[in-house]
Write a protein that binds this ligand. Structure first.
Ligand code: BGC
Length: 609
């Protein structure tokens, strides 16, 4: 039986049925006219539903989509259908859309996921390099193609909204989200962020799928939080406090959003950090005055996970503050019943103006019309051929090669085909590690599986025409081998968000042992770092290495890393952010000035090619 909450809810509303010839249903009419018509027919509860974004695992019942007339559903990281295949996703989303279509107005849902590096919830999808690698490529044309390919895979399952790109600007490598960002350089972030938005929102010319909407995140100044000032007791930097004066906001943090707005970004996600002593989500100054009025953002503003309520004592007041600050859609992601109750009450009492609600809903509906959601039949290829397609994998391989930064080379690279190569290290044959977090699970997977993917070692074995390439795992370091060149692929275990905040990002003991083994069993050593951020290196040890490559988190196509190691592709990438020498240098300003004013180990833009 349904509880009281269900019975009292909107079914009691006695609203007129909608005629088939209603203006908003006419694809031939201009979007503005359709929005006006639809808005004029909506009850308050229908409007509040459009402002609600609910996590699919938090839906008490699927029927709540129609009961609460929800506007948008998301799969928070790792929230997947039982059948985690392209077909399983398509069925799940189309069943939710069917539920939404049962409502009086039949407004289609937005369905959002974090396509941070491809449609990465699905094993078998193409996993592109995480953004930091794309930042190292500095190549906007490549980024645009990666985003378009991502859109193609999303559309192949009915997803129509992605929480990407990140426009964050990491100042401190101890933060667990460095790799989600392109760079710490506002110009590079603007350039690649815009390319990504253009690419992902592009209407694929030859398909019936809707355009995928982008969401630039996390507004504003995320990445500049101070170490040790997070209000989340589990974290050190993530969700913490940002120190930035007006001048810095104007010169560094707003420009990438200006570029995103100019590129037509459909939505912008507000982060969980605090600026000027309060949560950004409550800042009318940042959201309405700066973003909407000054930058002219006409899309809709969405909060981050639980962002309205995070750290807020009183939920009613938090809801009122956020909406009055300019929030249009709340990623609740659980409390949709409370949200409906509170917004209804707030409008009734005059705490929120009805015109603010209309503005929010107008923005959301405009984005839905722009995406063609009302008009397309959403015909999805029953074979889901785009998912993990050969073309997309080749693109991911190209992107992995274009992301790898050559940091040291005494002539050992590229590796000659006639050399024998000993491969060691935790990242050598571990697709989970090279893909990083936000891959199938929020915190990623540590291990060698993902259908269709290629580990770096496998890629090396295939890329070298004549060379003998052998992988020796740490457990077999008693082996008596002798080879020409050692390649130690050291890696970080995957991590996401504040769970990756760590005081000293560095090479693990296990990988140091692998380096030592390779050095004593080969003539020349190349260290390949697979990581989401620069790792502190021992400079004396570094002096004994013959080559060093930063491969970042290259994704499912480890062959791309092999391509540059063997010279099938040139090294072209440059450090997307400074590589610090010591912890005392943190944070580092966007102009490259370290905290203790000493030079970093390698500056941004460095490469030794
Ligand atoms: C993250 C966002 C993400 C959202 C939805 C939050 O925890 O901060 O980046 O888009 O979850 O998964």
């Amino acid at each position: 039986m349904f509880g009281v909450g269900y019975i009292q809810k909107p079914f009691v509303e006695n609203l007129p049925a909608i005629p088939e010839n209603a203006d908003y249903k006419q694809a031939s009419l201009p979007i503005e006219k359709r929005v006006d018509d639809l808005l004029s027919r909506m009850s308050l509860s229908e409007k509040i539903g459009q402002m609600s974004l609910v996590d699919k695992n938090s839906l008490v019942k699927e029927i709540d989509i129609s009961r609460y007339k929800l506007g948008a559903i998301l799969s928070g990281a790792g929230a997947k259908p039982k059948d985690n295949t392209a077909a399983g996703w398509t069925d799940m989303i189309s069943s939710y859309q069917t539920e939404a279509a049962k409502t009086r107005l039949a407004i289609p849902l937005l369905y959002g996921i974090d396509a941070n590096h491809g449609h990465s919830n699905i094993p078998g999808a193409t996993i592109f390099p995480h953004a930091i690698g794309l930042g190292a490529s500095g190549d906007s044309e490549l980024v645009e193609r990666v985003a378009t390919a991502t859109a193609e895979e999303l559309a192949d399952t009915g997803v129509n909204w992605s929480y990407s790109p990140s426009l964050d600007a990491p100042k401190d490598i101890r933060w667990g989200r460095v790799y989600e960002a392109f760079s710490d350089d506002p110009e590079m972030i603007s350039k690649l962020g815009s390319a990504y938005i253009t690419g992902i929102q592009k209407q694929p010319a030859d398909t019936a799928e809707p355009t995928i909407l982008a969401s630039a995140k996390h507004y504003l100044a995320t990445g500049a939080q101070n170490w040790g000032q997070s209000d989340n007791k589990n974290f050190k930097i993530d969700q913490g406090k940002v120190t930035a004066d007006e001048a810095l906001l104007e010169s560094e943090y707003l420009p990438p959003y200006k570029a995103a707005v100019d590129s037509g970004v459909a939505s912008i996600m507000v982060g969980l950090q605090k600026w000027d002593g309060k949560s950004v989500i409550t800042s009318k100054y940042l959201i309405t005055d700066k973003l909407k009025d000054d930058l002219g953002f006409k899309g809709f503003v969405v909060s981050d996970w639980y962002g309205v309520y995070e750290r807020a004592g009183n939920k009613y007041a938090a809801t009122v503050n956020a909406i009055n600050a300019g929030l249009d859609m709340a990623m609740l992601p659980y409390d949709y019943k409370d949200f409906e109750r509170d917004v209804t009450k707030a409008v009734g009492k005059g705490d929120i103006e009805a015109s603010r609600i209309d503005d929010a809903v107008r923005r959301i509906l405009t984005a839905k019309f722009r995406a063609g959601l009302f008009d397309k039949t959403n015909e999805i290829d029953p074979d889901h051929k785009a998912i993990g397609s050969l073309n997309n994998r080749l693109l991911a391989r190209e992107a992995a090669a274009k992301s790898a930064v050559l940091m040291k080379n005494d002539g050992v690279l590229p590796i000659d085909d006639d050399k024998s190569v000993l491969v060691v290290g935790s990242g050598a044959d571990n697709i989970g590690r090279q893909s990083g977090a936000w891959t199938v699970e929020w915190q990623g997977i540590d291990g060698n599986w993902l259908p269709g993917a290629t580990s770096i070692f496998k890629g090396m074995a295939e890329a070298s025409r004549n060379a003998k390439v052998a992988y020796v795992p740490n457990e077999q370091f008693n082996q008596n081998v002798r080879m020409d060149v050692g390649v130690a692929v050291v890696s970080e275990k995957p991590y996401a968000e504040g769970w990756g905040d760590t005081e000293k990002p560095r090479i693990s003991e296990e990988d140091l042992a692998a380096i030592e083994f390779a050095q004593s069993h080969t003539d020349k050593l190349i260290v390949v770092v697979v990581s989401g951020r620069p790792l502190f290196l021992d400079e004396q040890e570094l002096a004994t290495w013959n080559g060093l490559v930063a491969a970042w988190l290259p994704g499912s196509e480890g062959a791309g890393v092999a391509d540059v190691l063997f010279g099938k592709q040139p090294f072209n990438a440059k450090l997307p952010l400074p590589w610090p020498a010591t912890i005392y240098q943190l944070p580092i300003s966007s102009t490259g000035v370290t905290a203790d004013k000493t030079p970093p180990l390698f500056p941004r833009g460095f490469s030794s090619q």
